[in-house]
Design a protein around this ligand. Structure first.
Ligand SMILES: Nc1ncnc2c1ncn2[C@@H]1O[C@H](COP(=O)(O)OP(=O)(O)O)[C@@H](O)[C@H]1O
Ligand SMILES: [Mg+2]
Length: 609
């Protein structure tokens, strides 16, 4: 059995009762679809005036002779009715019988679908939920290697595909095969000779159908990968629309999109073609079988006289009736292949091992008491070490600044402190507790991070700020905005803190956005602040506003400040100068100036600007 199929089983567990009911109703459905065909037999007999006359009511002799009893009882009733009130009444009885069996058959069909629907939709919801939980939990590093669009395609498209096509399998294992089995058994009872004849055709058609279905799964996988790529292009183009337009790069992006969508077109046509072949092919093979039957069976009726005419008609109806489920099975077997390909892509994400998690017996820590110490750490993202034997200590209440050329590893320190990544060697400890032994949430609870680009969501100002403290009151929000030097402009907005700020805060200026990010950190009120070039994306005017905000926030706190503009960190307790992942100098501003080394050179260069 396919391993993706096995992996899906646990997801059906909460819906077991629906499965049971579905199976029960499908059995009833299959039974009644055969019975409803059989009721045509007495109708034909009545019409042709060939009803057997049974004068005496038959005796019930147990389950073994159920069939015979049912048939004789029916004919007895018909005989009685015909005797008393003429053949029209007998016909009426038979018609009522036909209607009621068909009614039951369809009722059971509906009930079976009702239960399968609950199963399908429930599993869809659970898979989506699990997928989103996983996507959010996966470490930042996962996404530096993956396309976001591809993850989105798996989350939205592939999960749907699993639901749409894959779960038809449940209908297929029970409903259609049972319908076929019941019909075949009845056909066998009517004429064993003819039925052997039919049975030869089934494996032949099965073989042809599976030949066509081959490599469908590989193609589906390719197509789904391609749609992930397509979504990535849309996502990136929209995200970078300003760059696309200002560099007149519309054509480049259009071409990239066109190439992808053309590849997708080819793949989907080829997949669709195979899917489309399934049902006409099986219908044609079916009707060939019927036609051959007609010839062979007709001979039995006309020449051999071993088969009754009306029985033969019912037999043909039954045989034709096998075709619908047979068609459904062959079509669905293709759909299942698509579904399995999609399931594989879904599980690829669900099964990614998250390396950055809390240990089983991780410590909770809600206060910061003495120091953060980074000891002899080595770290690499890929091949080359980005930090080499790096150590610093930050005492409680201190402000430590990290300076150095771009690429020297400053942001990497922020990534390691917050455990977005884990160190390869060495330790980072808070109050002598290795951060790997801390509960991840409590570690991050101790820290506030403000980065260069303010990350805001399409929501109100209040919702954006309250992210770290959901139950914050309006007053608390306003207080945080004041500290962040942002209340001045928020106050003047039409709806104040209830103003929606647009996609990633696009309705605001850079400095305003950054002050909102600061207000968010202020409201969270963590003991440790990490500022990664928080002002470097701003013009001097708004930098001043933001600088005031930062200084307000850093009061009575421990801060690690990564600064591009050196004027902003002169008052730091310690300045650490980095070069290619190593410390080249450290000390206060005055000490480093006196040293007349790298720091002094950097300061000279900036004051010249
Ligand atoms: N996600 C990443 N994957 C691979 N390499 C990275 C990644 N992030 C940063 N780097 C590399 O690590 C080095 C240090 O980067 P970073 O810490 O961001 O520098 P800084 O913040 O000092 O400018 C750079 O050479 C950069 O190319
Ligand atoms: Mg950086």
């Amino acid at each position: 059995m396919d391993k993706n199929l096995i992996k899906l089983f646990p997801y059906t567990k909460p819906y077991q009762s629906h499965i049971v009911w579905n199976v029960i109703f499908n059995i009833l459905y299959a039974l009644f679809s055969t019975i409803s065909m059989l009721t045509l037999l007495p109708m034909l007999e009545v019409l042709f005036g060939k009803t057997k006359i049974i004068e005496k009511a038959p005796v019930y002799e147990g389950i073994g002779s159920m069939m015979r009893f049912g048939k004789e009882y029916l004919y007895y009733q018909i005989s009685e009715l015909t005797k008393d009130s003429g053949p029209q009444f007998a016909l009426l009885l038979v018609v009522v019988l036909v209607i009621s069996t068909f009614l039951l058959k369809n009722l059971f069909n509906y009930l079976a679908s009702y239960h399968i629907m609950h199963l399908k939709n429930g599993v869809l919801r659970d898979l989506r939920k699990k997928m989103f939980d996983k996507i959010i939990e996966l470490p930042i590093s996962y996404y530096s290697e993956k396309r976001k669009g591809d993850v989105m395609a798996r989350m939205l498209g592939d999960v749907n595909e699993v639901q749409n096509s894959f779960f038809s399998i449940l209908e297929l294992v029970v409903k259609e095969p049972l319908t076929i089995v019941f019909a075949l058994v009845t056909m066998f009872v009517i004429s064993a000779k003819l039925t052997f004849f039919v049975l030869i055709f089934i494996p032949i058609s099965g073989f042809i159908i599976s030949k066509i279905g081959k490599n469908l799964k590989a193609k589906s996988l390719k197509a789904q990968g391609e749609s992930g790529f397509l979504i990535s292009i849309v996502e990136e183009s929209l995200g970078g629309l300003k760059v696309v337009k200002s560099y007149n790069a519309e054509t480049t992006f259009k071409n990239r999109f066109n190439d992808s969508i053309n590849r997708l077109l080819k793949l989907s046509n080829s997949i669709g073609n195979k899917n489309n072949l399934a049902s006409p092919l099986s219908e044609f093979m079916g009707i060939t079988t019927i036609a051959t039957l007609l010839w062979y069976g007709g001979n039995l009726v006309l020449v051999d006289k071993t088969l009754d005419g009306s029985a033969f008609i019912v037999y043909l109806t039954l045989a034709y009736n096998i075709l619908t489920p047979a068609k459904a099975i062959s079509k669905a077997s293709y759909a299942v292949k698509n579904g399995l390909a999609a399931a594989q892509r879904v599980f690829e994400v669900l099964e990614v091992e998250n390396e950055i998690t809390s240990k089983a017996n991780a410590l909770e820590k809600s206060t910061f008491n003495s120091e953060i110490s980074i000891k002899n750490i080595n770290f690499k993202y890929e091949e080359d070490y980005v930090l080499k034997n790096f150590s610093i200590e930050v005492k409680k209440g201190q402000t430590v600044a990290l300076v150095g050329q771009s690429g020297s590893g400053k942001s990497t320190i922020a990534n390691l402190l917050t455990r977005f990544y884990d160190v390869n060697e060495g330790t980072i400890a808070i109050d002598s507790v290795n951060i790997k032994d801390l509960n991840l949430q409590s570690l991050r609870g101790l820290m506030g991070l403000v980065t260069q680009d303010s990350i805001l969501f399409n929501d109100t100002i209040k919702a954006n700020i309250a992210l770290g403290k959901l139950d914050a009151t309006d007053d608390e929000i306003i207080e945080a905005l004041k500290i962040a030097n942002a209340y001045e402009f928020v106050k003047n907005l039409p709806q104040g803190i209830y103003t929606n700020i647009g996609d990633s805060g696009n309705k605001l200026s850079g400095g305003q956005k950054q002050r909102l990010s600061i207000a968010r950190a202020v409201l969270k009120n963590p003991p440790i602040m990490i500022l990664d070039e928080a002002t470097s994306a701003l013009d001097t005017e708004s930098e001043k506003f933001v600088q005031v905000a930062l200084e307000n926030m850093m009061q009575n706190r421990t801060s690690i400040v990564i600064a591009h503009r050196l004027s902003t960190i002169q008052k730091a307790d310690k300045i650490v100068v980095m070069q290619k992942g190593e410390i080249v100098e450290q000390g206060t501003h005055e000490e480093l100036i006196a040293l007349n080394g790298t720091y002094n050179k950097l300061v000279m260069m900036q004051s010249l600007e």
